[in-house]
Ligand binder design. Sequence first.
Ligand code: HEM
Length: 399
Amino acid sequence: MTTTREPIDAIDARLQHFNYFDQTDSDQKWELFDHARTHAPVVQTDDEASGGPFYLLTRYEDVRHVMEDWETFSSTQSPLVATGVPSLSPIDDDPPFQADMRKLLNPLFSRSALAPYEQPMQETATALIDEWIHDGRVEILNRFAWPYIGRMLIKVIFNDLTEDELNVAQEIALEVAEAATPEVFARLFSICAEYLANAKERGITGDGVLARLVNGTVNGEPIPTDKQIGCLGILVLGGLDTTRAAIGNITYRLTQQPGLEERLRDPAWVRRDMDEFLRLDSPVGAMARVATRDVEIHGVQIRKGERVQARFDAANRDPEKFADPGTLHFDEARGGHAAFGMGVHRCLGSNMARMQIEIAFAELLSRIKNLRLAPDAEIVWASGQSNCLHAVNIEFDRV
Ligand code: HEM
């Protein structure tokens, strides 16, 4: 076992068996990452239950380096944990295929391409708020964020489906949200395959995601069917948990710091403050990469075929990059956070996520005020790959 120093104390030992699915490890992760950053920046973890062994990277500069050097640190065969789902394109691909897929998809997720969804997003949010505003309290993740994110994501991804097909896809997205079991994943991928086949059969035209996947080419060749299916899959999976977590995390922070709610009533918060929330509570904690050659980081040998776990969340709390990283600071330039990843795989859906978060809080705060945790609220961060709360029970007054 190779680390930058001998495992001389308990915290080193805990790091070596770090399992992000374990609730205790998860609860103590900030302490563990702080320790790793200082004393063991490339520590080998051996836990197989969490997909290991891995070399755990916690320093901002190391995470950035790995994300940018895709030739040495490949995304193929690198998911943190084997999910049993087909390869997801472009997230499980390397350039040039990944880059060509991004060229095909990026225009559909620009802010201007998403503009037609602004009104439906507002309407969806308003309808959901109507359901619980009279109660004076709500659990924000399940009664607002999930259905809002799920319905809109499916509308954008499957914008060229029939109404019936859309309803089925929305139901499955909500099922994925409730229980990400192998059966639900299997259903999601089979429905993606079915919709692609239907789209081909009816000679789909237009400029939606399905049309681009069916009619598009990569390097002059049609996109292989398994890549088309994997692409629809990652669009759904990549956009659900993440943005939902962000809405829950931001709501929680609003209840904790006087004055934050007022800040968010100013539309300028979107450009000025949103990134700081995403930095502090990065919804995607980490991703993995596999070494394509023997390589050394801080004197630690990583052999070809070994994997690294690059922690976006730890990078975002690296004091070398962000002063006082455990606290929200809005009044200074805090650019360059890693919450949407870095390098060629930087999030395809970041514009959409921002727009969904912006509209969610615009609608919420136009209807409710004085957001506070309900007396019976239990704030528990979930274990796993995400930084996400189990539930955010709030009380509020009506505007
Ligand atoms: C706050 C919300 C979101 C966060 C924090 C987030 C975070 C990330 C991160 C960290 C990556 C990089 C993965 C890597 O390097 O391996 C990524 C990639 C990706 N995200 Fe997001 N994401 C969010 C929302 C979305 C949405 C709404 C969609 C769908 C529309 C989406 C689709 C994707 C896709 C397809 C990729 C893979 C891009 C590629 O491999 O080139 N994400 N995201």
